[in-house]
Design a protein around this ligand. Sequence first.
Ligand SMILES: [Ca+2]
Length: 150
Amino acid sequence: MTDNLTGLDRLPAEALAVAHRAGAHGGPVEQLRTDLARTGTATQSSTEGTAGAALALDGDTNTDTRTLSEAGAWWQVDLGSEQRIRQIEIWNNSSATTADFDVVTDDGTVHVSGKALRPTVLDLDSRTRTVKIVTSGTGRVALSQVLVHP
Ligand SMILES: [Ca+2]
């Protein structure tokens, strides 16, 4: 499994304290590029507790969505209209739950084997209104953040 070299959340506490004193922040994803998902509408197949689907669109990698463990569990964002998209960033939840899943757009499906990273980055060229993450077997879909770039 590849380490997440971009996240502050995996640093040891001492290094994190130094990073924070230097002004680094571990939570919100700095939005440097257009993220079509931020204005989208999220839904999911079920919700565990208060871990609602919209928490993957709030710009904060410290907040997670979480479905129940079930066959074909899914999370989806509706972009509101068909968009040309070229990259999807999928940030697994902090306990790295989401694994072995399909990323479904209106014109294709990409399968990801193993656990999603923080982030897993998919380059593609698709015209789609929705982006759906569907577990291939039985399990949970739990995500910190999903970004969709044109
Ligand atoms: Ca979040």
